[in-house]
Design a protein around this ligand. Sequence first.
Ligand SMILES: C[S@@+](CC[C@H](N)C(=O)[O-])C[C@H]1O[C@@H](n2cnc3c(N)ncnc32)[C@H](O)[C@@H]1O
Length: 295
Amino acid sequence: MNEAKRTFQEGLGLAEAFRVLSVRLANAGVEQAEAEARRMLLASTHLAHAALISQPTRAITPEEAQTLQSWLDRRLAGEPVTRIIGQREFWTLNLRVARDVLDPRADTETIVEAALDLLGQRRTHRLRILDLGTGSGALLLALLAECPEAKGIGIDLSPQACALATENADRNGLASRCEIRPGRWADGLNEAFDVIVSNPPYIETATMAGLEREVRDHDPMLALDGGADGLDAYREIIAAIPKLLKPEGIVVLELGTGQAMAVSALAQAAGLKVVALRRDLGGVERALALTKPVG
Ligand SMILES: C[S@@+](CC[C@H](N)C(=O)[O-])C[C@H]1O[C@@H](n2cnc3c(N)ncnc32)[C@H](O)[C@@H]1O
Protein backbone atom coordinates (compact mmCIF):
# COMPACT_ATOMS: atom_id res chain seq x y z
CA MET A 1 0.00 0.00 0.00
CA ASN A 2 1.09 3.60 -0.60
CA GLU A 3 2.76 4.56 2.72
CA ALA A 4 1.98 8.23 2.18
CA LYS A 5 -1.68 7.44 2.81
CA ARG A 6 -1.45 4.57 5.28
CA THR A 7 -3.24 4.76 8.60
CA PHE A 8 -2.53 2.80 11.76
CA GLN A 9 -4.19 -0.51 12.35
CA GLU A 10 -3.95 -2.89 15.23
CA GLY A 11 -1.32 -5.52 14.51
CA LEU A 12 1.08 -3.29 12.58
CA GLY A 13 4.67 -4.06 13.70
CA LEU A 14 6.70 -1.35 15.47
CA ALA A 15 9.15 -1.02 12.58
CA GLU A 16 6.31 -0.64 10.11
CA ALA A 17 4.51 1.86 12.34
CA PHE A 18 7.75 3.86 12.51
CA ARG A 19 8.03 3.84 8.73
CA VAL A 20 4.43 4.97 8.24
CA LEU A 21 4.83 7.77 10.75
CA SER A 22 8.15 9.04 9.36
CA VAL A 23 6.98 8.97 5.75
CA ARG A 24 3.74 10.82 6.53
CA LEU A 25 5.58 13.43 8.61
CA ALA A 26 8.33 13.91 6.01
CA ASN A 27 5.76 14.27 3.22
CA ALA A 28 4.08 17.00 5.27
CA GLY A 29 7.39 18.90 5.45
CA VAL A 30 8.27 18.08 9.08
CA GLU A 31 12.05 18.62 9.23
CA GLN A 32 12.92 16.09 11.92
CA ALA A 33 10.43 13.48 10.68
CA GLU A 34 12.29 10.39 11.91
CA ALA A 35 13.13 11.87 15.31
CA GLU A 36 9.53 12.94 15.81
CA ALA A 37 8.21 9.54 14.69
CA ARG A 38 10.48 7.89 17.25
CA ARG A 39 9.28 10.19 20.02
CA MET A 40 5.64 9.46 19.21
CA LEU A 41 6.22 5.71 19.17
CA LEU A 42 8.15 5.75 22.45
CA ALA A 43 5.50 7.88 24.18
CA SER A 44 2.51 5.91 22.84
CA THR A 45 3.94 2.46 23.63
CA HIS A 46 5.75 3.47 26.87
CA LEU A 47 8.67 1.33 25.65
CA ALA A 48 12.34 2.14 26.23
CA HIS A 49 14.37 3.05 23.16
CA ALA A 50 16.27 -0.25 23.25
CA ALA A 51 13.00 -2.21 23.29
CA LEU A 52 11.72 -0.25 20.31
CA ILE A 53 14.77 -1.31 18.30
CA SER A 54 14.99 -4.91 19.52
CA GLN A 55 11.29 -5.73 18.89
CA PRO A 56 10.65 -4.57 15.30
CA THR A 57 7.76 -7.01 14.78
CA ARG A 58 6.02 -6.41 18.15
CA ALA A 59 2.45 -5.57 17.12
CA ILE A 60 0.89 -2.28 18.21
CA THR A 61 -2.28 -2.65 20.29
CA PRO A 62 -5.67 -1.18 19.29
CA GLU A 63 -5.20 1.63 21.87
CA GLU A 64 -1.72 2.42 20.55
CA ALA A 65 -3.03 2.46 16.98
CA GLN A 66 -5.78 4.88 17.96
CA THR A 67 -3.36 7.13 19.87
CA LEU A 68 -0.84 7.20 17.02
CA GLN A 69 -3.52 8.03 14.47
CA SER A 70 -4.86 10.92 16.54
CA TRP A 71 -1.32 12.20 17.28
CA LEU A 72 -0.39 12.04 13.60
CA ASP A 73 -3.56 13.98 12.67
CA ARG A 74 -2.76 16.66 15.27
CA ARG A 75 0.87 16.91 14.09
CA LEU A 76 -0.23 17.25 10.46
CA ALA A 77 -2.56 20.05 11.62
CA GLY A 78 0.49 21.96 12.90
CA GLU A 79 0.66 21.15 16.63
CA PRO A 80 4.26 20.72 17.91
CA VAL A 81 5.19 17.13 18.79
CA THR A 82 6.19 18.03 22.36
CA ARG A 83 2.72 19.43 23.05
CA ILE A 84 1.09 16.34 21.55
CA ILE A 85 3.08 13.84 23.60
CA GLY A 86 3.08 16.19 26.62
CA GLN A 87 6.77 15.96 27.42
CA ARG A 88 10.22 16.98 26.26
CA GLU A 89 13.86 16.48 27.14
CA PHE A 90 15.62 19.57 28.46
CA TRP A 91 19.26 19.34 29.57
CA THR A 92 19.32 16.11 31.64
CA LEU A 93 15.65 16.32 32.57
CA ASN A 94 12.37 15.01 31.27
CA LEU A 95 9.82 17.83 31.60
CA ARG A 96 6.09 17.71 31.22
CA VAL A 97 4.79 20.24 28.71
CA ALA A 98 1.26 21.60 29.06
CA ARG A 99 -1.17 24.09 27.57
CA ASP A 100 -0.72 27.76 28.53
CA VAL A 101 2.98 27.30 29.43
CA LEU A 102 5.96 27.91 27.14
CA ASP A 103 7.42 24.72 25.66
CA PRO A 104 11.12 25.09 26.63
CA ARG A 105 13.53 25.31 23.68
CA ALA A 106 16.90 23.68 23.11
CA ASP A 107 18.46 27.17 22.66
CA THR A 108 17.64 27.89 26.31
CA GLU A 109 20.18 25.23 27.34
CA THR A 110 22.78 27.88 26.37
CA ILE A 111 21.78 29.76 29.56
CA VAL A 112 22.46 26.65 31.67
CA GLU A 113 25.86 26.14 29.98
CA ALA A 114 26.85 29.78 30.53
CA ALA A 115 25.84 29.71 34.20
CA LEU A 116 27.71 26.45 34.89
CA ASP A 117 30.84 27.73 33.12
CA LEU A 118 30.87 30.86 35.25
CA LEU A 119 30.25 28.94 38.45
CA GLY A 120 33.08 26.46 37.83
CA GLN A 121 33.98 24.73 41.12
CA ARG A 122 31.39 26.85 42.95
CA ARG A 123 28.65 24.61 41.58
CA THR A 124 29.18 22.30 44.58
CA HIS A 125 28.57 25.16 47.07
CA ARG A 126 25.34 25.84 48.91
CA LEU A 127 24.07 28.22 46.25
CA ARG A 128 20.79 30.12 46.24
CA ILE A 129 19.32 30.28 42.73
CA LEU A 130 16.51 32.52 41.44
CA ASP A 131 14.67 31.91 38.13
CA LEU A 132 12.43 34.80 37.07
CA GLY A 133 9.63 33.69 34.71
CA THR A 134 10.27 30.01 35.42
CA GLY A 135 7.57 28.61 33.06
CA SER A 136 7.93 24.81 33.11
CA GLY A 137 10.81 25.22 35.60
CA ALA A 138 13.35 24.32 32.90
CA LEU A 139 16.21 26.65 33.89
CA LEU A 140 15.87 26.35 37.66
CA LEU A 141 15.53 22.56 37.59
CA ALA A 142 18.45 22.05 35.17
CA LEU A 143 20.70 24.14 37.45
CA LEU A 144 19.52 22.36 40.59
CA ALA A 145 20.26 19.03 38.90
CA GLU A 146 23.86 20.19 38.27
CA CYS A 147 24.42 21.90 41.64
CA PRO A 148 23.78 19.23 44.28
CA GLU A 149 23.82 21.54 47.34
CA ALA A 150 21.86 24.38 45.76
CA LYS A 151 18.34 25.49 46.57
CA GLY A 152 16.22 27.79 44.48
CA ILE A 153 13.10 29.81 43.87
CA GLY A 154 11.17 29.95 40.60
CA ILE A 155 8.68 32.78 40.08
CA ASP A 156 6.01 33.14 37.43
CA LEU A 157 2.98 35.36 36.91
CA SER A 158 1.08 32.45 35.36
CA PRO A 159 -0.65 30.07 37.81
CA GLN A 160 -0.56 27.33 35.13
CA ALA A 161 3.22 27.74 34.86
CA CYS A 162 3.63 27.56 38.64
CA ALA A 163 1.57 24.34 38.77
CA LEU A 164 3.59 22.78 35.94
CA ALA A 165 6.97 23.82 37.39
CA THR A 166 5.95 22.29 40.73
CA GLU A 167 4.98 19.06 38.96
CA ASN A 168 8.26 19.02 37.01
CA ALA A 169 10.29 19.54 40.19
CA ASP A 170 8.58 16.52 41.68
CA ARG A 171 8.91 14.45 38.49
CA ASN A 172 12.68 15.04 38.50
CA GLY A 173 13.26 14.46 42.23
CA LEU A 174 14.12 18.13 42.90
CA ALA A 175 11.05 19.27 44.85
CA SER A 176 12.83 19.31 48.21
CA ARG A 177 15.33 21.89 46.92
CA CYS A 178 13.02 24.29 45.19
CA GLU A 179 10.11 26.56 45.84
CA ILE A 180 7.81 27.74 43.08
CA ARG A 181 5.97 31.00 43.77
CA PRO A 182 3.37 32.96 41.85
CA GLY A 183 4.40 36.58 41.45
CA ARG A 184 5.46 39.46 39.27
CA TRP A 185 9.22 39.26 38.60
CA ALA A 186 11.10 40.13 41.80
CA ASP A 187 8.23 41.82 43.67
CA GLY A 188 8.33 41.00 47.37
CA LEU A 189 11.72 39.22 47.31
CA ASN A 190 13.96 40.31 50.17
CA GLU A 191 16.93 37.95 50.00
CA ALA A 192 20.07 37.92 47.86
CA PHE A 193 21.04 35.14 45.44
CA ASP A 194 24.25 33.58 44.10
CA VAL A 195 22.71 32.88 40.70
CA ILE A 196 19.87 34.68 38.91
CA VAL A 197 18.62 33.36 35.57
CA SER A 198 15.77 34.50 33.38
CA ASN A 199 14.38 33.81 29.94
CA PRO A 200 11.86 36.65 29.79
CA PRO A 201 9.32 37.41 27.04
CA TYR A 202 11.32 39.28 24.38
CA ILE A 203 9.37 39.38 21.10
CA GLU A 204 8.41 42.85 19.84
CA THR A 205 4.61 43.20 19.98
CA ALA A 206 4.37 44.27 16.32
CA THR A 207 6.11 41.07 15.12
CA MET A 208 3.98 38.68 17.19
CA ALA A 209 1.43 38.14 14.39
CA GLY A 210 4.23 37.04 12.01
CA LEU A 211 5.58 34.29 14.27
CA GLU A 212 5.63 30.71 12.96
CA ARG A 213 2.25 29.05 13.37
CA GLU A 214 3.64 26.39 15.74
CA VAL A 215 4.74 29.17 18.12
CA ARG A 216 1.91 31.67 17.66
CA ASP A 217 -0.89 29.13 18.04
CA HIS A 218 0.56 27.07 20.88
CA ASP A 219 2.82 29.15 23.14
CA PRO A 220 1.14 31.65 25.51
CA MET A 221 1.36 35.38 24.68
CA LEU A 222 2.41 36.11 28.28
CA ALA A 223 5.58 34.10 27.64
CA LEU A 224 6.41 35.81 24.34
CA ASP A 225 5.31 39.45 24.18
CA GLY A 226 8.13 41.75 25.29
CA GLY A 227 6.35 45.04 24.52
CA ALA A 228 6.92 47.58 21.75
CA ASP A 229 10.72 47.13 21.53
CA GLY A 230 10.83 43.63 23.11
CA LEU A 231 12.72 44.97 26.13
CA ASP A 232 9.97 45.67 28.70
CA ALA A 233 10.72 42.62 30.86
CA TYR A 234 14.50 43.23 30.75
CA ARG A 235 13.95 46.76 32.07
CA GLU A 236 11.99 45.50 35.07
CA ILE A 237 14.25 42.53 35.79
CA ILE A 238 17.53 44.43 35.42
CA ALA A 239 16.29 47.23 37.69
CA ALA A 240 15.71 44.65 40.44
CA ILE A 241 19.00 42.76 40.06
CA PRO A 242 21.45 44.99 42.02
CA LYS A 243 19.58 44.43 45.30
CA LEU A 244 18.90 40.72 44.59
CA LEU A 245 22.45 39.69 43.69
CA LYS A 246 25.13 38.73 46.21
CA PRO A 247 28.48 40.55 45.70
CA GLU A 248 30.06 37.48 43.99
CA GLY A 249 26.82 36.44 42.32
CA ILE A 250 26.18 35.85 38.62
CA VAL A 251 23.24 36.63 36.36
CA VAL A 252 22.50 34.96 33.02
CA LEU A 253 19.73 36.32 30.80
CA GLU A 254 18.42 34.75 27.62
CA LEU A 255 18.39 37.13 24.64
CA GLY A 256 16.25 37.35 21.54
CA THR A 257 18.02 37.69 18.19
CA GLY A 258 19.86 41.02 17.91
CA GLN A 259 19.18 42.14 21.50
CA ALA A 260 22.71 41.78 22.95
CA MET A 261 23.69 45.45 22.61
CA ALA A 262 20.43 46.87 23.93
CA VAL A 263 20.24 44.53 26.94
CA SER A 264 23.96 45.04 27.72
CA ALA A 265 23.34 48.81 27.73
CA LEU A 266 20.42 48.40 30.16
CA ALA A 267 22.59 46.25 32.44
CA GLN A 268 25.52 48.69 32.38
CA ALA A 269 23.21 51.60 33.12
CA ALA A 270 22.06 49.67 36.23
CA GLY A 271 25.71 49.35 37.38
CA LEU A 272 26.22 45.73 36.26
CA LYS A 273 29.20 44.37 34.35
CA VAL A 274 28.90 42.22 31.21
CA VAL A 275 31.24 39.23 31.67
CA ALA A 276 30.23 36.89 28.84
CA LEU A 277 28.07 36.62 25.76
CA ARG A 278 27.44 33.09 24.55
CA ARG A 279 26.05 31.98 21.21
CA ASP A 280 23.59 29.11 20.76
CA LEU A 281 24.12 26.28 18.25
CA GLY A 282 22.53 28.41 15.54
CA GLY A 283 25.15 31.15 16.10
CA VAL A 284 22.71 33.60 17.75
CA GLU A 285 24.00 35.62 20.73
CA ARG A 286 21.72 33.90 23.24
CA ALA A 287 23.08 34.18 26.80
CA LEU A 288 24.24 37.41 28.44
CA ALA A 289 26.18 36.95 31.69
CA LEU A 290 26.43 39.77 34.24
CA THR A 291 28.06 40.36 37.62
CA LYS A 292 28.40 43.21 40.05
CA PRO A 293 31.64 45.16 39.52
CA VAL A 294 34.26 44.49 42.22
CA GLY A 295 34.83 47.32 44.74
C1 LIG B 1 9.91 32.95 27.57
S1 LIG B 1 8.99 32.23 28.92
C2 LIG B 1 10.30 31.33 29.73
C3 LIG B 1 9.85 30.09 30.48
C4 LIG B 1 11.00 29.22 30.99
N1 LIG B 1 11.88 29.95 31.88
C5 LIG B 1 11.82 28.66 29.83
O1 LIG B 1 12.94 29.13 29.61
O2 LIG B 1 11.32 27.76 29.13
C6 LIG B 1 8.73 33.63 29.98
C7 LIG B 1 7.98 33.33 31.26
O3 LIG B 1 7.82 34.57 31.99
C8 LIG B 1 6.54 34.59 32.58
N2 LIG B 1 6.16 35.97 32.83
C9 LIG B 1 5.71 36.90 31.95
N3 LIG B 1 5.52 38.08 32.56
C10 LIG B 1 5.87 37.90 33.87
C11 LIG B 1 5.92 38.74 35.00
N4 LIG B 1 5.55 40.03 34.92
N5 LIG B 1 6.33 38.24 36.18
C12 LIG B 1 6.70 36.92 36.27
N6 LIG B 1 6.69 36.07 35.23
C13 LIG B 1 6.28 36.55 34.03
C14 LIG B 1 5.64 33.87 31.58
O4 LIG B 1 4.47 33.38 32.19
C15 LIG B 1 6.57 32.76 31.07
O5 LIG B 1 6.42 31.58 31.82
